[in-house]
Design a protein around this ligand. Structure first.
Ligand SMILES: [Ca+2]
Ligand SMILES: [Ca+2]
Length: 361
């Protein structure tokens, strides 16, 4: 009776290094839900406590979704470092303080952003020694083309990447591009057919703010970007109050998705210089992914179980298996009812054991 539980517990104690692809793939193969599914519960007919324990095991496991944390860049493993970006000791320097530079760094692995995420990075921007105001700034990038796509040689956002979203930290006022000033944050979308120029215009901004500290004063600044389906928040130095809040669905940005069909995309940081220039240094960078919806199970009498999950997580298939590891999962074709903020599905169950998971469509 306890064999499935012990087996699952053993699996949950495998702590994959999210920076190692081989480890991630190995656990994904054992527990397919880590990649495609975000919640799973188990049921034993004679023990509801057992079922609850099993559910908690999988909540812990699901938090091991691929993510990263570079306290510094002395180890730049699993980063794709492009164009003029380079590692200088512990610092990821996106551009030096010279003209006509462009540097980008993408994390090598596609990330499951669809349920939400939070990314935090610290940066320093130093003008050239002459004291003239420098440019152009940096950007956090979400795109679904790959980890090795590079943007134009000049310009801090790889605007040649189709279906891209850039959260720009703009330090140079391009009057010809309608920039409001030389110190603003803006969400800039790039559509499916960018020409590498028109996408720079501030008139395309999905939301922006200039009520922020001076980003290119040479001091250490911390930026945080959080996303939950429907809204993105951008913080600068004050990590309690967002500097910018923008309604946005990454699956529908001006009619196109910056995520792939499974809700994944690559994330990166980029910076550029032009005639004006400054050094753009990244000192740390982390990404945390929101766990998927929690699937719960309760018993109804002796022959039925009730499966439920939040309506805030649409677009999942409910699947079931009789044992784990499962050789096959079967889609539950019954349609759930919507009660309050939950999907509810009552199923006949006389089997000795049953397991359920949600799989992203
Ligand atoms: Ca600008
Ligand atoms: Ca701008």
């Amino acid at each position: 009776m306890k064999i499935p539980y012990r087996k699952l517990l053993q699996l949950s104690l495998i702590k994959p290094d999210p920076m190692k692809k081989t480890s991630t793939q190995r656990v994904a193969a054992i527990l397919p839900m880590r990649v495609e599914c975000d919640a799973l519960v188990g049921l034993k007919n004679r023990s509801l406590r057992f079922a609850a324990a099993l559910a908690s095991v999988f909540v812990v496991t699901s938090r091991l979704l691929a993510q990263f944390n570079y306290a510094d860049f002395s180890n730049a493993e699993n980063l794709s470092i492009l164009n003029d970006a380079t590692v200088l000791g512990r610092v990821m320097q996106l551009t030096p303080a010279t003209g006509g530079q462009n540097g980008t760094v993408f994390h090598a692995f596609e990330q499951s952003l669809g349920n939400g995420f939070e990314t935090t990075f610290s940066f320093q921007i130093n003008d050239d020694a002459s004291g003239n105001p420098g440019g152009d700034g940096l950007a956090f990038i979400i795109q679904r083309q790959g980890a090795d796509v590079s943007g134009p040689r000049v310009g801090y956002i790889p605007y040649s990447i189709p279906d891209c979203l850039a959260v720009e930290f703009d330090t140079w006022c391009n009057r010809n591009l309608d920039d409001p000033d030389g110190n603003h944050i803006s969400l800039q979308p790039v559509g499916p057919s960018p020409d590498g120029y028109s996408e720079f215009f501030h008139s395309l901004s999905l939301g922006s703010t200039s009520s922020i500290p001076d980003m290119s004063d040479g001091n250490l600044h911390t930026a945080r970007i959080s996303y939950e389906p429907g809204v993105m928040r951008v913080y600068l130095d004050d990590l309690a109050t967002p500097a910018l809040t923008v309604p946005i669905d990454l699956r529908d940005v001006n009619g196109t998705s910056v995520l792939d069909a499974a809700g994944r995309a690559w994330v990166g940081l980029a910076a550029g210089t032009g005639g004006a220039y400054e050094a753009h240094d990244i000192l740390s960078w982390s990404l945390t992914l929101a766990p998927g919806p929690l699937l719960s199970i309760t018993r109804l009498g002796s022959s039925q179980v009730r499966i439920s999950w939040p309506t805030s997580a649409p677009g999942y298939n409910l699947e079931t298996a009789t044992s784990l590891p499962a050789s096959a999962w079967t889609t539950v074709t019954d349609s759930p009812a919507v009660v309050g903020d939950s999907f509810l599905l009552d199923l006949d169950s006389t089997a000795a054991a049953g397991f359920f998971r949600l799989r992203k469509l």
